[in-house]
Design a protein around this ligand. Structure first.
Ligand code: C2E
Ligand code: CA
Ligand code: CA
Length: 534
């Protein structure tokens, strides 16, 4: 008759109902209202035909709280085989369910924004590909990267950065349809799957709208903060039918947007793919160049403007390419930096240049010094250690003064402790440090003292237009006065004419370097010139 006859103490413990409260009542007093008619229909069909049912069901405790039970209903039959009693055995699995759900949420969603994460995005993308291929539809995949988000983090702190990301993800969601997937890949990278594109220009419209929405100010701590975004777009099936290729395409298109000035969107194109392939070829060329020792060093003399003597030179790297001839550093150093090959290349430069310094200290002058360019990437790379360089000098039995290291102002701006440690290691080893291209960046005077800088090398853009009465002359003169007060020496680079050299001497500049004095040259030429001079 579907009436409760008996319950045990565990029942009371789980449901909150005592025996007297439920005896004679129907189980529908537990109904949670969370299942539909069809669910109960199926349950009763099963009991009536097989005598049993097994499954998970949501019921309600006496307190009104709903919970999930794992329930087994069995039937006891009488002698004639008719149903006599039903026995319902259940346990409360609410907590287990919740933690399962938690695990699922954590595995698939980003905790900060609540958006699907990379894993779930890939899963949805795989489904989208299946669906689109079955229905012969087109869909779009977008990569969105916030521009200069790191600056917000650095300026306002990570908590405010988080707030901005949450707000940005809301704005992204507001620009697309319910059926589209917005996901966060991590950091400030988002992706959107625009499903079922019927109209060919709709991803463009979405991109424009996204850029507009993200450009609106974000209010953090009562301050208005502005960011923009770079968006890459690829289309299925036009650009590819393959999941990983689509992801790569969108990524490449996004980088193209970034390198074309940010705050814009780019569609993936074949040309982009070709550029990426070409870059990969050039990186492997460069790697082979290292193995085959195709690099050469040329040396440009640095003249002491008081004595007119040359006892310093800058080492400049060249690539003796088997097909393209002598390649200048501006054509391959940036690639070496991006690909990390700069570390190995830099070691080679250092070893070769310091060996040269050892030789010239014996043959030319005992105080000869070679300065070596060191890219910020070398300082920041975990595989690089300045100690290696110092022990190499020890091995050559050379004092630190035999070499100097040229760095750029940019390096002193960051708060990297690695950089600081390495610069101080140099100082302790007696290796002098120069600020290269001085004047084009912004170094604080405090940094020049803090990092114990020895020389400023004034950028050639100031030297180029040097003439009596020019503002550049005033500027260089001011730099020289300041440097001398701080105990630093000044080198002017890019000296191309006699008047420039004379003006620099007149205002007290210490050293000069440039094509007027001499162009960079290979070792034998350098020796012919400066052996002869002595
Ligand atoms: P930089 O350190 O500013 O080097 C000076 C550059 O100015 C050299 O170009 C040199 O040839 C050029 N130069 C010298 N005198 C004159 C002149 O009178 N007028 C003009 N217009 N230019 C002059 P280069 O050798 O092509 O080097 C370009 C850049 O490549 C260097 O700029 C440096 O940043 C980088 N580089 C060169 N060798 C190395 C290296 O071994 N390691 C690293 N990390 N970077 C290097
Ligand atoms: Ca330099
Ligand atoms: Ca320079």
């Amino acid at each position: 008759d579907n009436k409760i006859l008996m319950v045990n103490p565990a029942f009371t413990h789980i449901t909150g109902y005592r025996f007297e409260e439920v005896v004679g009542k129907e189980p529908k007093i537990f109904y949670s209202g969370l299942h539909d008619q069809a669910f109960y229909q199926a349950l009763w069909d099963s009991i009536n035909t097989t005598g049993c049912w097994r499954g998970e069901i949501r019921n309600r405790r006496k307190s009104g709280e709903s919970y999930i039970e794992e329930l087994v209903i069995n039937t006891i039959h009488d002698r004639e085989g008719r149903p006599h009693r039903r026995v319902a055995l259940f346990s409360d699995i609410t907590q287990r369910k919740q933690s399962e759900e938690q695990v699922w949420l954590q595995a698939n969603f980003d905790t900060l924004t609540g958006l699907p994460n990379r894993r779930l995005m890939r899963e949805r993308l795989a489904q989208e590909i299946k669906k689109a291929s079955r229905m012969q539809q087109r869909f779009g995949l977008m990569f969105i990267d916030l521009d200069r988000f790191k600056e917000v983090n650095d300026t306002y702190g990570h908590e405010m950065g988080d707030v901005l990301l949450q707000e940005a993800s809301k704005r992204l969601g507001a620009c697309v349809r319910e059926s589209d997937t917005v996901a966060r890949l991590g950091g400030d990278e988002f992706t959107i799957i625009l499903s079922e594109l019927d109209n060919f220009d709709s991803p463009e419209r979405v991109a424009v709208e996204l850029l507009r929405r993200l450009a609106e100010p974000f209010v953090l701590n009562d301050e208005c903060v502005y960011v923009s975004a770079s968006i890459g777009i690829t289309l299925y099936p036009d650009d590819s039918r393959e999941l990983s290729q689509l992801l790569r395409n969108a990524d490449q298109a996004m980088y193209a947007a970034k390198s074309q000035g940010r705050n814009c969107y780019r569609f993936f194109t074949l040309a982009m793919q070709q550029a990426v392939n070409q870059r990969a070829r050039r990186v492997s060329d460069l790697r082979r160049a290292l193995e085959l020792e195709q690099f050469r060093l040329v040396y440009q003399p640095i003249v002491d403007l008081f004595s007119g003597q040359v006892y310093k030179a800058e080492a400049l790297v060249r690539w003796q390419h088997p097909e393209h001839g002598l390649v200048p550093p501006d054509d391959f150093v940036p690639l070496a930096e991006e690909s990390g090959l700069i570390v190995e290349m830099g070691h080679w430069v250092f070893r070769t240049a310091s060996r040269q310094a050892a030789r010239w200290r014996q043959t030319l002058r005992p105080d000869f010094q070679i300065s070596i360019n060191k890219s910020p990437h070398q300082f920041l790379d975990a595989r690089h250690s300045s100690e290696d360089w110092i022990s190499w000098l020890h091995r050559l039995d050379l004092p630190g003064q035999a070499v100097a290291v040229e760095i750029t102002e940019k390096l002193l701006q960051g708060e990297e402790s690695r950089v600081r440690e390495q610069l101080l290691t140099f100082r302790d080893a007696g290796i002098q440090v120069l600020i290269d291209d001085f004047g084009v960046g912004y170094s604080s005077l405090a940094n020049l003292k803090k990092f114990d800088i020895d020389y400023l090398k004034v950028d050639r853009s100031f030297v180029r237009n040097l003439c009596p009465g020019s503002s550049d002359l005033v500027l260089i003169e001011a730099i020289i006065v300041m440097a001398h007060k701080l105990g630093l020496k000044v080198i002017a680079e890019g000296v191309e004419t006699a008047p420039q050299r004379e003006l620099l001497t007149a205002i007290g500049c210490d050293f000069a370097q440039g094509n007027f004095i001499a162009k960079p040259m290979p070792v034998d030429e350098f020796e012919r010139r400066y052996f002869a001079m002595d």
